[in-house]
Design a binder for this molecule. Structure first.
Ligand code: GAL
Length: 910
């Protein structure tokens, strides 16, 4: 475990696992994106939750574009302070797979590459000199930060991931240089890569550019959340071994899904729920022998500001993951905990070879096995032979365990899989076999405490070996025991929580806790310098500290209930408060804790209004006169009007085009590229002509030659011959495409106007452009676009001339704001959301700002999101909520009813 101190450790590996100072390490990591949670305080919250589920590590992308608004400009302060992030993982003892790209994909704008790179000549993700200079600049900033947090320097970084699913259009010289850059910056931990897709695509396991530990990404459940019952549509999800001399690495293993078809993330959570996790994760552990895992995502977060890549996602990146966007824990979290505690407790799992599996009497059940060559411990996977079936099958395994041949009854009911263990030195005990699964076991106060579990109502048996007959006391539940020739056999039905105390027999005492899936998931295991501690109850235990005879917990509760601790301590405090306890027959301490207080939220009222006229004001405009572009996609008309060419990379962009009218103009034909769900609005001489959906360029050939076309009739009499005519166009930039194909064709697709023709006019149009530039203070470059209100700071709390809102908003941009005060119970963690309830058929969208932070974009008609998580890190007692409303038509009554909602409420105590 990384210690956060100055101790230096040596990280190495062999075909079985990573090692730290020669000790085998099982890397069970969850993916977390700091850039999708704009609050370092909440990074710690999520990391503590990840750790509490038994994860031993986290997989962290580092987002180049999030830190770099312009060439040569890098920011690692505030919500971009990744050194702070890595200090947290150091302190929390979570191993880190550092993934700085330069390309990360991740459904984020540009796949993590900065938008300014779109204007750099030379193919991205290649060894082209233009691109090389750019990525070396990024690596020269990020690598030293990562390097100083390596396990080898007393920190937490245990592996370094170069590139991301670099599979097609590959350039080995580039892969080689990424590694050379890392090494010369002092990266000395193993270098890994996450391969995708299998087949003949590059996986970097051999040849020029090969990495030390090639890993594989796998999303067996697909991304079709509309059909959550689907089962393994993209394969069996068994991670391939890519190198004989390196561990098998499941680099990204599906733990949620992007909501490609707008089904909503709850459906994605169902698609990747506990049944899937049991069958696929456990099968993979045994069938592949992997000892390195990264589960994507464990906490998804929010595409706040302009973080989203528009083709695949929207504001929420909840991902249907185990920890919701509002930071609450789900039944998926429970399943992660059951598996994470197991893989983290049973050390022989770090070194296994495939071994003969016991034969089931009923071929409807399939088994696979692995064994540790040093200890002989066997791990047997039991599941349906046909993965798809949800039958209920009971059968018997003829199992040759290290401790003799046994007939082991097993049951597989529905979507289920188990990993059963035999021949295991479980602390001071000898587990011969069990058909219950192991949650964890730990030595506490001179005895072994072990938690085993099975599905509610299923029969269970556990056999333990003793030199002489032990004494068995059933403290709770119904458990039968028999002793025969050295084997103590316990038979029971999994139900609630049974407790058995076994003493004597020539071994240290054993407290055996036999639970169900649900009761097992109520346990929390914590390691303290004074030894491990087991806690039952509460919604979360963040940390444990032993001082003298007192155990101090930091724990969250979501309801009133029991707390039970197994520890040598005699006193308990939770959240800084002493908790009265009594000693139980199990030797534990039992107390009770209050649940959270009720939350009362204010209504949102007293809205103020401010108009933003089209292409307002004379400040900050740039003449748009470029005639060439680095984009492989050339514009329809000149000058080039791509926003990126003028340094405006994120959000909305205003254009002003002036020409001399002749009176015969018939219509304005516009092409604009925005990315999916984008829009643009057109005015002529202040008159609103209308809007059109922004275009996308096709991801593959043929490229759309006529993207986002809109035709707008010129109203008769609007233009007079010889007079100046002014076009005003607002174009939204929904974010930048990724570059999965590493060939620039998606990534360098422009944003902004693609062509403008005024039919009936030959007059040249003089264009100017205005958009966002650089940083918005602490909130960074992705927080705002180029609305006049944004550039003037209307989204920030403060004064300004705001008025009563009119009865109907005009088409175009209007600003709204209100203030609200929060009086949340102290010592609580309350997650809040903002809900839009408008059911009208109107076309508008809203940029939501809370205290100046962009919380996302509500697309009234296009959806799918109606509820937006407001990150606690930016909420205060007194808050300003500001909307930039972009209406494509007149909007009577404004943007409709909106309210605050509670998405989570926990008493945290401090
Ligand atoms: C992988 C990729 C990740 C993410 C994921 C889907 O292919 O490496 O960055 O995009 O797919 O969510």
């Amino acid at each position: 475990m990384p210690g956060g101190g100055a101790e230096r450790h040596e990280v190495s590996y062999d075909r079985y696992s990573l090692t730290v100072d020669g000790e085998r390490v099982l890397l069970w990591s969850g993916e977390f994106h700091y850039f999708r949670l704009p609050s370092p305080r909440l990074w710690r919250d999520v990391l503590e939750k990840i750790r509490a589920a038994g994860f031993t590590g986290v997989s962290l992308y580092f987002h180049w574009g999030f830190h770099s608004p312009a060439p040569g400009v890098y920011d690692f302060t505030g919500v971009r302070d990744v050194d702070r992030l890595l200090r947290m993982t150091d302190e929390l003892g979570l191993h880190v797979v550092a993934r700085p790209g330069p390309y990360i994909n991740a459904e984020t704008t540009g796949g993590g590459m900065p938008a300014w790179l779109k204007t750099v000549e030379g193919r991205a993700r290649s060894s082209d000199p233009g691109y090389t200079a750019a990525y070396r600049e990024w690596l020269s900033r990020i690598n030293p930060i990562i390097a100083r947090h390596q396990v080898s320097r007393g920190g937490s970084v245990i592996a370094y991931n170069v590139e991301n699913e670099y599979a097609v259009n590959v350039d080995p010289a580039y892969m080689e240089d990424l590694q050379a850059q890392a090494r010369s910056a002092g990266i000395d931990v193993p270098i890994v890569h996450n391969n995708c897709c299998g087949g003949s695509l590059a996986n970097w396991s051999s040849g020029r550019g090969a990495v030390q530990i090639p890993g594989v990404d796998d999303y067996p459940q697909t991304f079709n959340c509309h059909d959550p019952d689907t089962w393994g549509g993209w394969g069996d999800g068994v991670t391939r071994r890519l190198r004989d001399d390196a561990p098998v690495y499941a680099a990204e293993y599906q733990a949620g899904a992007i909501d490609l078809n707008d089904a909503g993330y709850d459906k994605c959570r169902e698609l990747t729920g506990p049944g899937y996790m049991k069958v696929f994760y456990k099968s993979n552990i045994i069938e592949s022998g992997a000892t390195m895992f990264g589960y994507y995502m464990t906490y998804g977060g929010t595409n706040w500001g302009w973080l989203a890549q528009p083709n695949d996602v929207y504001t929420s990146y909840d991902y249907g993951s185990a920890i919701t966007e509002a930071r609450t824990l789900t039944t998926k979290y429970d399943e992660f905990k059951r598996q994470g505690y197991f893989v983290g407790s049973v050390a022989p799992l770090t070194k296994t070879d495939e071994s003969p599996a016991p034969t089931p009497a009923d071929p409807a059940v399939a088994t696979r096995a692995r064994a540790n060559p040093d200890t002989g411990t066997q791990f047997v996977l039991v599941r349906h032979a046909d993965r798809r079936t949800s039958a209920d099958v009971s059968t018997t395994l003829a199992w040759s365990t290290p401790d003799g041949d046994h007939q082991v009854p097993v049951r597989v009911n529905g979507r289920d899989a188990k990993i059963l263990v035999a021949g295991y030195d479980m602390g001071g005990q000898r587990l011969v076999w069990s058909n219950s699964e192991i949650l964890t076991h730990l030595p506490i106060a001179g005895r072994d405490v072990a938690v085993l579990y099975g599905r509610d109502g299923e029969p269970g048996s556990t056999v333990l070996r003793y030199p002489s007959r032990p004494t068995v006391r059933v403290l709770e539940g119904s458990v039968r025991s028999s002793y025969d020739g050295g084997d103590l056999r316990l038979d029971y039905t999994h139900s609630g929580l049974a407790r058995v105390l076994v003493s004597g027999g020539g071994r240290p005492p054993l407290l055996l806790l036999l639970g169900t899936d649900e009761t097992a998931a109520r346990f929390w295991r914590l390691d303290t310098p004074a030894g491990p501690v087991l806690v039952r109850g509460t919604a979360l235990v963040r940390s444990a500290h032993v001082a003298g005879d007192r155990l101090a917990l930091r724990a969250d509760t979501d309801r009133a209930g029991e707390v039970e601790v197994f520890s040598p301590a005699r006193h308990l405090s939770v959240g800084g408060r002493s908790v009265p306890v009594r000693r139980t027959a199990s030797g534990s301490l039992l107390g009770s804790l209050p649940g959270p207080e009720q939350v009362r939220l204010p209504e949102l009222s007293g809205w103020e209004y401010r108009a933003e006229p089209p292409a307002h004001g004379d400040q900050g405009w740039t003449t748009a006169d470029k005639t060439t572009t680095a984009s492989p996609i050339k514009p329809r008309t000149l000058p080039v009007l791509y926003a990126d060419e003028y340094g405006h990379h994120h959000g909305n962009v205003w254009y002003r085009g002036e020409f001399t009218a002749n009176g015969a103009e018939r219509k304005v034909v516009v092409n604009a590229i925005t990315g999916r769900r984008g829009v643009y609005l057109v005015w002529l001489n202040g008159r609103y002509l209308g809007s059109a959906a922004g275009g996308t360029q096709a991801d593959s050939e043929p490229v759309n030659p006529d993207p986002g076309r809109g035709e707008f009739a010129v109203p008769p009499g609007l233009l007079a011959p010889g007079q100046r005519a002014t076009l005003a166009v607002l174009v939204e930039n929904m974010g930048h495409n990724d570059d999965w194909t590493a060939d620039d064709t998606r990534f360098k697709q422009p944003r902004g106007l693609f062509g403008v023709v005024v039919e009936g006019s030959e007059a040249p149009i003089a264009w100017r452009i205005r958009g966002s530039r650089g940083m918005d203070g602490e909130r960074g470059a992705l927080n705002i676009g180029g609305l006049h209100g944004e550039l003037s700071g209307w989204h920030l709390p403060g004064g300004g001339r705001w008025q009563r809102s009119p009865d109907a908003l005009p088409a175009g941009v209007s600003w709204y704001r209100t203030h609200f005060e929060l009086d949340l119970p102290r010592g609580h963690d309350v997650s809040l959301g903002l809900r839009f309830d408008d059911t009208g058929e109107r076309d508008y969208r809203v940029l939501v700002f809370v205290n100046g932070w962009s919380a996302g974009q509500y697309l009234h008609r296009l959806g799918p999101q109606r509820e937006f998580v407001l990150p606690n890190g930016v909420l205060r007692e007194r808050n300003t909520l500001t909307f930039a409303v972009i209406a494509e038509e007149e909007l009577p009554g404004g943007p409709g009813p909106v309210r605050l909602v509670t998405l989570g409420n926990h008493r945290t105590g401090g």
